[in-house]
Design a protein around this ligand. Structure first.
Ligand code: PSV
Ligand code: MN
Ligand code: MN
Length: 424
């Protein structure tokens, strides 16, 4: 199933008068708006293949129906999303939840939807039916070299698959850690993990990056071997220039100042990428910007400031990905909302009067600094994001069009009501 150009045009025509009025107002208000729109057009956010089905919790799962049953259908879903918002031009795979077989066919299917392959994700946190060793007590950290080697080999296999698909990054997230004090020798676990990562690092092709994702807790609840940005940065520094830290917004202890973490990792040239989501309690994987939109904006403030200071290209300098899981919403509608929230936060960060902020900081004018940030945050940037979308052939209102075209109903019609997508 594809969304046709004339379907989008018909929808956009109906929205045109209202949009033009709002955008004309913004154009008068904001200096340099064309430059901002150019940046928005280039900015693409990768969609995780595992976010397209209902995630469920350990208490239950309620299928929304029409979920993709294989990689081809996942690509199709992201193709639909990208057609609507023109900002989701990449897919991030998780192996072996995704099983690419015919690489050329998968590649050409993706490019027919204008999609690229973003970072590949390995999985050494679940046992697979055919594997020799169990990851119950960890993978890259394991006391048994046989287990470590199995996990290393898996990561190298994921790189090989990524090469075949045209990806250029590997994200390693480890569930490794311990559930009880005394279970683990922390230094031993760290050293084993480092040695294992070194073997994986050695298998990276030129131009590839490895992202070391950290997480403070879960599934282990006493210690996590890559538990915070300090540990991740240690690994990334020891590994070498192709290794970076990946920040997942849901992976911190409560109230962590994520924007400050982001700023310093960028300063050190060690920020690799993001998993965007939102949370109230833990690794909730909720829609980006649904709980703490101001935090998302403050993160983008640091990103824009830090990337500009280093002359980095916003669109290509870091890996931009969503990591989400949905239990009660239509996954595609939810992803439309996440992408929109990310684009809005990015736009608002681009609206900050940097010169004035720097001057106010130099004068220790605390109230003014806050005014400047909040002035940008309180700007209704929706017409700007909408303009960027319209200029690239997207829909004026993606969720509305998704519903008008009855996309979910059609997916249920072709795939069935009781579906299970592979993933968590
Ligand atoms: C772990 O909580 C995580 O954030 C990692 O990125 C995994 O790869 C992903 O979730 C899978 O659900
Ligand atoms: Mn993640
Ligand atoms: Mn997570």
């Amino acid at each position: 199933m594809r969304i046709e150009k004339d379907q989008i045009e018909a929808h956009n025509e109906l929205a045109a008068v209202k949009h033009k009025r709002k955008f004309a107002f913004m154009s008068e208000e904001i200096e340099g708006l064309e430059g901002i729109i150019e940046k928005l057009i280039k900015f693409q956010i990768a969609i995780p293949s595992w976010a397209l089905g209902t995630g469920g919790t350990r208490f239950g799962r309620f299928s929304g129906g029409g979920e993709p049953g294989n990689l081809e259908e996942k690509i199709q879903d992201i193709g639909l999303l990208h057609a609507l918002n023109r900002s989701s031009g990449a897919i991030s795979l998780h192996i072996p939840w995704d099983i690419p077989t015919d690489y050329d066919a998968i590649k050409s299917l993706a490019s027919s939807y204008d999609l690229k392959f973003d970072a590949m994700n390995s999985n050494t946190f679940q046992d697979q039916a055919d594997q020799a060793y169990s990851y119950k007590f960890g993978s890259l950290q394991h006391v048994d070299k046989g287990v470590r080697q199995q996990a290393i080999d898996h990561n190298i296999e994921v790189i090989r698959q990524g090469v075949a698909l045209g990806s250029s990054a590997l994200t390693v997230w480890l569930a490794d850690g311990s559930c009880f004090p005394g279970q683990l020798n922390f230094r031993g676990a760290f050293q084993n993990t480092l040695e294992s990562l070194e073997e994986i690092y050695a298998a990276l092709p030129d131009e590839w990056k490895i992202f070391v994702e950290y997480k403070a807790f879960e599934p282990n609840f006493y210690s996590t071997t890559v538990g915070d940005w300090g540990q991740s940065l240690l690994y990334a520094t020891k590994l070498g220039p192709k290794a970076y830290t990946l920040v997942d917004l849901g992976h911190h202890l409560p109230n962590a100042n994520i924007e400050q973490i982001v700023s310093l990792l960028l300063m050190e040239g060690k920020l690799g990428g993001f998993h965007f989501n939102d949370s109230k309690y833990g690794d909730d994987d909720l829609t980006a910007g649904s709980m703490k939109p101001y935090q998302l904006f403050l993160i983008f403030n640091e990103l824009v400031e830090g990337m500009d200071a280093k002359g980095m290209d916003h669109a290509t300098g870091l890996g931009w990905m969503i990591d989400a899981s949905h239990n009660v919403k239509d996954p595609l509608e939810d992803l439309i909302q996440s992408v929109e929230a990310i684009m809005l936060a990015y736009t608002q960060a681009l609206l900050i009067d940097r010169k004035a902020l720097l001057a106010a900081q130099q004068e220790n004018d605390v109230a003014k600094c806050q005014e400047i940030l909040q002035d940008a945050f309180r700007t209704d940037a929706r017409a700007i994001v909408q303009e960027a979308r319209l200029r690239t052939g997207g829909a004026a209102n993606p969720i509305q069009l998704f519903r008008e075209l009855k996309i979910r109903e059609k997916l249920i019609g072709s795939r069935g009501l009781k579906t299970v997508a592979t993933g968590l």
